[in-house]
Design a protein around this ligand. Structure first.
Ligand SMILES: *[C@@H]1O[C@H](CO)[C@@H](O)[C@H](O)[C@H]1NC(C)=O
Ligand SMILES: *[C@@H]1O[C@H](CO)[C@@H](O)[C@H](O)[C@H]1NC(C)=O
Ligand SMILES: *[C@@H]1O[C@H](CO)[C@@H](O)[C@H](O)[C@H]1NC(C)=O
Ligand SMILES: *[C@@H]1O[C@H](CO)[C@@H](O)[C@H](O)[C@H]1NC(C)=O
Length: 425
């Protein structure tokens, strides 16, 4: 009887939370880089306007990076003097090596490899992983199967070494292995780039963890442990003191969640493409040419979810249609611009809802994911923009501001991406 009651209570709990409680799973905290818990926050407080302009400027470099991925050519954007830190926006704490050394890694869903600044690195920040002090550290040679997964490797001595570009940076790394743990589950022999030399400002100061879906990514290397499944809830950058969560593995993931199929681009295996079929502003489905939304593996066109871009970018015809309908619904209030945002209002507005219509899933953005408001409440902007016209603009990017306070589920085995509202800040 007791056992029965217990299982009933357990069932009720699981049902109440709608969670999958079977199997292994683990949850780690995710912080915004500007959070008080982050050593990478600006040294002096910056105003709302400054921080928004800052994030927009960083997005520009990010979009050029993403465009270079889809176009398969390398872009080296000019780093603007304003940029304090040009990197993905959310960080997690990782323990690397034996005994463990703690590093704050930036998470990037559009990249596969992990890179960690190592002892002897030229051009890295002062916090590096000291490989000499780790008893489990190994260097991989050119014969290692993982060496075939990095672009254009060369053999420095017997070490598999490769060059890569990331944003405005070039990175020279040795391919190495060590134990890495984001939570209590250690992952032995994790293959990552041990950075020897870095130029430019795009390398996150203590390293990067690739959560893309290609062969060298965290997902692929922890497939037995986490079954290529993870989700996150990103805290709002308005409430920097909050942390969100990164949940690894199928356990604890929401069972009732709207999902859309993930699309695979063999030429860009790391990116999470989805099928965006339309956009609704208020009750109106705006008129967007099909070519602006269509997935095309050859050109890289289509729509991705990305954690490293802050504000959603739509290709020009899609953005123009959304913006024009948005303005029409707001009424005749005078429109101004702020940095790259072209639809700002001084004074209060009644904004229409905006719904992204994906195959099988409609996502309506709450006002906090749609509008950016100054702390004084005097300025409100539509927090999206057209893709920059100086790059190969074929990619629609659903960015982190639009994902905040939602659980975003990446379920690679079932080839689906899920979205559910969740207040994590
Ligand atoms: C990287 O490889 C080079 C060439 O084999 C070697 O000299 C260097 O010590 C390696 N660095 C680390 C941190 O293992
Ligand atoms: C990496 O790039 C630098 C500069 O372009 C070049 O000097 C070096 O030989 C390259 N190293 C490898 C291992 O490809
Ligand atoms: C942020 O959190 C830290 C640690 O939890 C706390 O000490 C600090 O007072 C908080 N700051 C604000 C502005 O809430
Ligand atoms: C999304 O919204 C459109 C237009 O309102 C509707 O026709 C469609 O059935 C909805 N799709 C889903 C999956 O709910």
């Amino acid at each position: 009887m007791k056992a029965y009651l217990f299982s009933l209570a357990f069932l009720f709990l699981s049902l109440a939370q709608g969670l999958n409680t079977k199997g292994q799973g683990t949850t780690v905290k995710v912080f915004h880089v500007y959070s008080p818990q982050s050593p990478f926050r600006p040294s002096k407080p910056i105003s709302w306007e400054e921080s928004v302009l800052q994030m927009l400027a960083e997005d520009q470099a990010r979009l050029q990076f993403l465009s270079s991925l889809v176009a398969k050519r390398s872009w080296v954007p000019l780093a603007s003097g304003r940029q304090i830190l040009q990197s993905p926006n959310y960080i997690v704490k990782a323990k690397v090596g034996t005994p463990a050394q703690t590093l704050l890694l930036a998470v990037d869903t559009s990249n596969d490899a992990a890179w960690i600044p190592c002892n002897g690195c030229v051009g890295c920040s002062s916090t590096v992983f000291n490989s000499v002090k780790s008893t489990t550290f190994k260097t991989l040679g050119c014969g290692a199967p993982q060496c075939k997964q990095v672009p254009n490797p060369t053999c420095g001595g017997s070490t598999c070494t490769w060059n890569t570009t990331y944003g405005s940076s070039t990175i020279l790394s040795n391919l190495t292995q060590d134990t890495i743990a984001l939570s209590t589950d250690p992952v032995p022999n994790y293959a990552f780039g041990c950075i020897q030399k870095a130029t430019g400002s795009s390398v996150p100061p203590q390293g990067l963890l690739g959560l893309g879906r290609g062969p060298l990514s965290f997902l692929s290397q922890t497939e037995n442990l986490y079954q290529s499944t993870f989700s996150y809830c990103l805290p709002s950058f308005k409430t920097l003191n909050f942390s969100g969560t990164l949940r690894l593995g199928p356990a604890g993931q929401p069972l009732r969640i709207k999902t859309t199929p993930l699309l695979k681009n063999p030429r860009r295996s790391s990116l999470y493409y989805v099928n965006l079929i339309g956009i609704r502003v208020g009750r109106k489905i705006v008129d967007i040419p099909a070519s602006a939304l269509a997935f095309n593996p050859t050109t890289g066109a289509g729509t991705i979810f990305d954690s490293g871009t802050v504000f959603t970018r739509l290709v020009a015809p899609a953005y123009t249609a959304v913006r024009d309908e948005f303005r029409r619904r707001v009424g005749n209030a005078p429109v101004s611009s702020l940095g790259g945002f072209d639809t700002c209002y001084s004074g209060p507005i009644v904004a229409p809802t905006v719904t992204f219509m994906f195959s099988g899933m409609n996502v309506t953005l709450p006002p906090d994911n749609l509008l950016i408001r100054s702390t004084a409440g005097s300025t409100t902007c539509l927090a999206m923009a057209g893709a920059p016209d100086n790059v190969n603009s074929v990619l629609n990017v659903i960015a982190s501001m639009q994902q905040q306070n939602h659980r975003i589920l990446f379920d690679v085995p079932k080839s689906r991406l899920g979205v559910a509202r969740e207040q994590c800040s």
